[in-house]
Design a protein around this ligand. Sequence first.
Ligand SMILES: Cc1cc2nc3c(=O)[nH]c(=O)nc-3n(C[C@H](O)[C@H](O)[C@H](O)COP(=O)(O)O)c2cc1C
Length: 187
Amino acid sequence: MEFERVVRKRRMIRAFKPMPVPDDKVRRVIDLAQHYPSAGFSQGVAFVVITDPERVGRVRELNRLRGDAPVLVVPCVSEKLYHDRYHEADKLRPDGTEIDWPIPYWHFDAGCASLLILLGAVDEGLAAYLAGAFRPDLLRKELEIPDHFVPVGVVSIGYPDYERHVPSPSLARGRRSSSQVVHYEKW
Ligand SMILES: Cc1cc2nc3c(=O)[nH]c(=O)nc-3n(C[C@H](O)[C@H](O)[C@H](O)COP(=O)(O)O)c2cc1C
């Protein structure tokens, strides 16, 4: 699909048809998502792909997910991998100390990877919806995620059911205009 069309078509869809998603589609979405950019190429993001219906049900319940998607993906990120990477010789400051991290790049990178999942799903003729991870501790336990990784959200993936889809009430806020958010040359 053309890139602009994918971007404009992507919406958080929270109703899905009761149809399984072929494994190769899921694999392509996840393969693509691994091409997110990462600070220092730290690659601190990992993905838990869930298709077992019972586990899908448990995760849906513990994260209070709307919708009934057959596939869930939980993007996780390890802050530790960033500190490890930024202790390598080419990333240490001249005085041998680690940078101050004015921006937590691990969250930034997890967002980039998550967006690729959302866009990749649309490109495969699917729809997806990202919910925040409300109980990271419960997700970690259920999915046996290592301690130094934190699950940042849960992405539901499936075939969209536009008839049952209820758009988020948040959309009533409207999209902010370019003049409000884009500043040329200076703010
Ligand atoms: C980090 C993040 C967390 C979100 N969490 C939820 C959520 O928990 N539940 C939900 O229904 N939507 C969630 N959303 C979806 C937003 O409400 C949605 O992206 C926004 O209303 C704009 O709609 P659109 O993505 O369809 O354009 C989340 C989005 C982001 C980026």
